[in-house]
Design a protein around this ligand. Structure first.
Ligand code: ZN
Ligand code: ZN
Length: 427
């Protein structure tokens, strides 16, 4: 994924927006979220204020990163944030270590197995050294989340704030400063959970715990090694589709998943801004292959990198599109639509599941937070007011975020008139 070339990079002179007033910067007209008084502890607020440092120092940063280098760094940042934010890199590291340790030998025996006689032995042996992994995992998660997330925030949301039509999926609406803080708070709480779980899995593996991960390609042959790549990917992605879809049923949505949907215009910080219960459930889904079927450590680790990288991309709010070599992958706008229209487009890395199950966004349906189950509501059942609101939502989307650079869901004037005619007959 590479950012689209910006049309008027050279003419961008910041005239539309004055930098220097960090928090109120975001109060551009058109911002639809209301600012509420801050209810966070002062220390936490000060922490998130660090992020707005970039807004105050835009001119200095601009001179260092404001060109080609900046774009390359932005793409690279997405990648690094994707693989480090939740602490999975420690698992990757541990597998790599074990691969080296096993030295290709099929008869590698864990010495620690001999020490286990009871459950407490099991905990002591398998989770030995937990904190020595937890501490670096957590530190790296935070450094990456704030360092790289902050950089992306500056690169798009500050530096190119006056030209959102060139890069932003929803160019007319912005998350309010209060909601930006909110997502950073929730997102950073989840990092603690993410790092704790990743560190637990990593110590379990490093201490010889049982998994279905294997290290030598020859164990199951080369054909299986190749076949397991799509198998593992499809398994995880399909399970994630259902996991997400189930969290969109009224009870789970209102009590857990709604938190993640606080952000109608998601940003890279939203990716971990998920209710802790749902977050842990999601990690269990991601980790499940390592306890269910034989999977080579490299397939599993690279798969996780891919999933988290796209998690960042999907929430960035930037008009990233899939590469030619990943025809299964939706563009960023697919999940951005999910945040704008709520109960639709539940998948992550394949559009296919939504197409198969009828939850893919359709032009002749209206989707809103109060219309559950992913199939929306027919245009003909809407009131004139609902229709008008829906049309406003549709035209607020950025055509540049779609394939062919045009909005796929705009209604033609004939379609609008036809619908209005039907509405009149119905009422
Ligand atoms: Zn959702
Ligand atoms: Zn999301």
């Amino acid at each position: 994924m590479t950012p689209k070339p910006r049309k008027n990079d050279s003419s961008r002179n910041g005239s539309a927006v004055k930098y220097g007033t960090p928090i109120h910067l975001n109060n551009k007209q058109g911002s639809e979220e209301e600012e509420k008084p801050s209810s966070y502890p002062k220390a936490l607020n000060a922490f998130s204020n660090l992020l707005f440092w970039g807004e105050r120092n835009n001119d200095k940063l601009e001179s260092v990163f404001g060109n080609h280098l900046g774009r390359i760094l932005a793409s690279l940042s997405m990648f690094i944030l994707g693989i480090t934010a939740r602490g999975e890199w420690v698992i990757f590291g541990v597998y790599f270590l074990k691969y080296i340790q096993s030295g290709g030998s099929e008869n590698y025996i864990e010495e620690s197995d001999q020490l286990i006689q009871s459950f407490s032995d099991w905990v002591d042996v398998r989770f030995k050294g937990y904190f020595s992994i937890l501490v670096p995992a957590t530190i790296v998660s935070y450094l990456m989340y704030f360092g790289i997330g902050g950089y992306l925030h500056w690169f798009y949301y500050v530096r190119q704030r006056d030209t959102p039509e060139n890069w932003k999926c929803q160019p007319k609406t912005w998350l309010s400063p209060e909601l930006e803080r909110h997502e950073i708070m929730v997102g950073s709480v989840s990092l603690v959970f993410g790092s704790a779980i990743s560190a637990a899995i990593a110590t379990y593996v490093v201490n010889g715990g049982w998994t279905t991960i294997y290290f030598n390609i020859s164990d199951y042959g080369f054909v299986y090694f190749v076949l397991q790549v799509p198998m593992c990917f499809i398994f995880q992605d399909y399970l994630t589709y259902w996991h997400h879809r189930i969290y969109h049923t009224p009870f789970l949505y209102k009590n857990f998943h709604k938190l993640h949907h606080t952000y109608k215009q998601p940003t890279a910080f939203s990716v971990t801004a998920i209710h802790p219960i749902e977050f842990m459930h999601m990690q269990a889904v991601m980790m499940s292959p390592m306890f269910l079927f034989p999977v080579h450590w490299l397939t599993f680790s690279v798969g996780l990198v891919y999933i988290y990288y796209h998690g960042i991309i999907d929430h960035s709010g930037v008009n990233f599109k899939r590469y030619w070599w990943q025809p299964w992958q939706p563009d960023c706008i697919f999940h951005d639509n999910h945040h704008q229209y709520f109960h639709v487009n539940f998948g992550f890395n394949c559009e296919l599941w939504d197409k198969l199950h009828g939850t893919y966004r359709r032009k002749d349906r209206i989707y809103r937070e109060d219309i559950f189950y992913g199939t929306g509501k027919s245009l003909h059942e809407a009131t004139a007011e609902e229709l008008q609101q829906d049309i406003q939502e549709r035209v607020s989307e950025n055509p540049l975020a779609y394939q062919g650079d045009q909005r796929h869901f705009d209604l033609s004037s004939d379609e609008i008139l036809g619908t209005l005619g039907k509405l009149k007959q119905n009422h």
